[in-house]
Design a protein around this ligand. Structure first.
Ligand SMILES: Cc1cc2nc3c(=O)[nH]c(=O)nc-3n(C[C@H](O)[C@H](O)[C@H](O)COP(=O)(O)OP(=O)(O)OC[C@H]3O[C@@H](n4cnc5c(N)ncnc54)[C@H](O)[C@@H]3O)c2cc1C
Ligand code: SF4
Length: 331
């Protein structure tokens, strides 16, 4: 393991100052470290686009980032642990979808120290990306090994150049809840809706979101759901102990009688970004949900472009969308 410097920031401004001072070095912010520190201690995979970090800035020592406030707008600090999310009475009452998604992440041990910011911003799990013998596009190389290799867990929608699936369960739920990220950085602060926070490989294959090297997420904000909003979460995985999603579905919608009024259906495990299935939402708009959900969910097939070994995921996605919408109705 190589040496690195670790700084405990105590304020957001202090963390920004550390980013500014170290702008010419490979610097990373760290939450619980369950992904980042594990990688650095044993299996950091080098590449031109993935330098070994020289400097780590701990965000969990910033008190402002460790609290949850549930109100007209709900704010969750990026350094809040996933267990704090699942244990929050306010979040359980208002956003059971987010709590269910957080509860489905990894194991109790990892949820006890993994943070919301770390979960949303974690790097992909593609086994070529994580394997030292594959200098793929995402590490700054010149090939995607998933195209000709074992791509059973890769993208079925929106893959291009690189075919990762976004690994974060909470990101999928937060997209369904129309959340936004609050960002601090050397160039100032900004807010970015989750609708545009995640970026695909064509935009920049070396990262998965809009954060620049000298920026980090401070909070996630979620607007109040409209009264009567129905929500549900389902995640299908290979193993029933901890595992990443083969496919997950989050739904949050309002109704007019028995009909779909407005809302979101989002999918994890299928695309390089948490994916909003507008094609399914459009097929439900103004229609009786129960009578139309099967045909509407099947619309996901029109946007899917599976690879050689993962066409099974298209069937899973269609079935899981249908099941999750019906779950939200209580059926
Ligand atoms: C065995 C195992 C199973 C897992 N299963 C699942 C699963 O089923 N579902 C799932 O969603 N995840 C899963 N994970 C991933 C796990 O949830 C993440 O490792 C964890 O949530 C990351 O949180 P952390 O605070 O420890 O992140 P860290 O390791 O501290 O950071 C992860 C990445 O995010 C960046 N980062 C951290 N905080 C911020 C911030 N505030 N702003 C910007 N960037 C930031 C870091 O620089 C780093 O690149 C699993 C992990 C393991 C090891
Ligand atoms: S899918 Fe992406 S991360 Fe995986 S090998 Fe291809 S380029 Fe690399």
């Amino acid at each position: 393991m190589r040496a690195f410097e670790l700084y405990d920031a105590t304020t957001v401004e202090g963390a920004v100052e550390l980013l500014r001072k170290n702008s010419d070095r490979a610097v990373k912010v760290v939450g619980g470290g369950s992904d980042l520190i594990g990688g650095m201690m044993k299996d950091w995979v080098h590449g031109k686009g993935l330098p070994f970090p020289d400097v780590l800035i701990d965000l969990t020592t910033i008190k402002d980032l460790t609290s949850i406030s549930v109100g007209d707008t709900t704010s969750i600090g990026a350094a809040v642990t996933l267990s704090d999310v699942t244990d929050s009475k306010g979040l359980q009452d208002k956003f059971p979808l987010l709590v269910a998604a957080a509860q489905s992440v990894a194991s109790p041990l990892i949820r006890n120290f993994g943070t919301l910011g770390g979960n949303v911003n974690q790097r992909p799990r593609c086994w070529f990306f994580r394997g030292e013998d594959f200098n793929c596009y995402k590490k700054g190389g010149d090939f995607c090994y998933a195209v000709t290799g074992d791509n059973r867990y890769h993208a079925i929608i929106g893959g291009e150049l690189c075919y990762i699936v976004h690994p974060s369960d909470t990101a999928t739920a937060l997209l369904a809840l129309n959340a936004k990220a609050k960002i601090a950085g050397v160039g100032g602060s900004r807010d970015v809706a989750f609708d545009s926070y995640f970026i695909g490989p064509r935009e920049d294959v070396l990262r998965e979101n809009v954060l620049k090297k000298d920026e980090f997420m401070t909070h996630v904000e979620i607007p109040n759901p409209a009264s009567g909003t129905k929500m549900a979460w389902n995640k299908l995985k290979d193993r029933q102990v901890y595992d990443f999603a083969l496919t997950s579905v989050a739904v949050a919608f309002t109704m007019d009688g028995n009909n779909w009024k407005d809302g979101r259906i989002t999918l994890g495990g299928v695309s390089p970004v948490p994916y909003r299935a507008k094609v399914v939402e459009d097929a439900l708009k103004g229609k009786d949900i129960k009578g139309n959900i099967k045909q509407a969910a099947a619309q996901i097939r029109t946007v899917a472009r599976p690879m050689s070994l993962n066409a099974y995921k298209v069937d899973i996605a269609a079935g899981l969308i249908e099941r999750t919408v019906l779950d939200a109705l209580g059926n």
